[in-house]
Design a protein around this ligand. Structure first.
Ligand SMILES: Cc1cc2nc3c(=O)[nH]c(=O)nc-3n(C[C@H](O)[C@H](O)[C@H](O)COP(=O)(O)O)c2cc1C
Length: 184
């Protein structure tokens, strides 16, 4: 698949299944991520791979954190949160480990990690895999950040769910509003 086709045909799958990325595919995905533009070559991206039985442990982390955030949440909601970790054979938790740099504001380091995450989604699509991006409250929960081994000052940018497309997502709609204008 050529690059423009990969970029313009990627959509979030409605459902992912087995198999997940192989070790060789994961290596290529990380290489694609690390090719993202990165002001000052600070390499701010950090990846935690969650697959196999570790997904159950991550599901417990998600469920316990939701229980703490919402002590009165019904059991069904907590269970649904736990099951989110089983939505794909592999989850990549991606964080920005930002550092003070007078020339590279923190926002630029976080944006670079966003670009790295997008590279992974597009590369996965080009390789015949599927993936979708989630954040939500878990991305901003210090307990989840710590459980994943990220630093206190790191910023979780993405949970990328990766696997084989079991049910395709809706094709991309035509851009509804004019988003480009010429400066003259
Ligand atoms: C930083 C970021 C965080 C996102 N978090 C969520 C999320 O928590 N839940 C969700 O339903 N979609 C989330 N999305 C959007 C979806 O991943 C997806 O891009 C969107 O539904 C559009 O579908 P598409 O990927 O097929 O274009 C997020 C996107 C980005 C860029």
């Amino acid at each position: 698949m050529d690059a423009i086709t990969a970029l313009t045909t990627r959509v979030s799958p409605a459902k992912l299944g087995e198999p997940g990325p192989s070790s060789a595919q994961l290596e290529r995905l990380i290489a694609a991520a690390a090719a993202a533009p990165d002001h000052g070559r600070m390499r701010p991206w950090r990846f935690v791979v969650i697959e196999g039985a570790a997904r159950q442990r991550f599901g417990d982390v998600l469920a316990n954190a939701l229980q703490r955030r919402e002590p009165t949440a019904p059991a069904g909601k907590i269970e649904a949160e736990r099951q989110k970790a089983m939505r794909a054979p592999m989850i990549l938790a991606i964080a920005a480990a930002t550092q003070d740099n007078p020339k590279v504001p923190e926002i630029e380091q976080i944006v670079a990690v966003g670009a790295a995450a997008q590279n992974i989604l597009v590369a996965a699509h080009a390789m015949g895999l599927g993936g979708f991006w989630r954040t939500g409250a878990p991305a901003y929960d210090p307990e989840i950040k710590a459980a994943l081994g990220f630093g206190r000052d790191d910023t979780i940018v993405a949970f990328l769910y990766l696997g084989t497309v079991a049910l395709a997502g809706p094709p991309r709609a035509v851009e509804p509003a004019p988003i480009v204008r010429r400066f003259a």
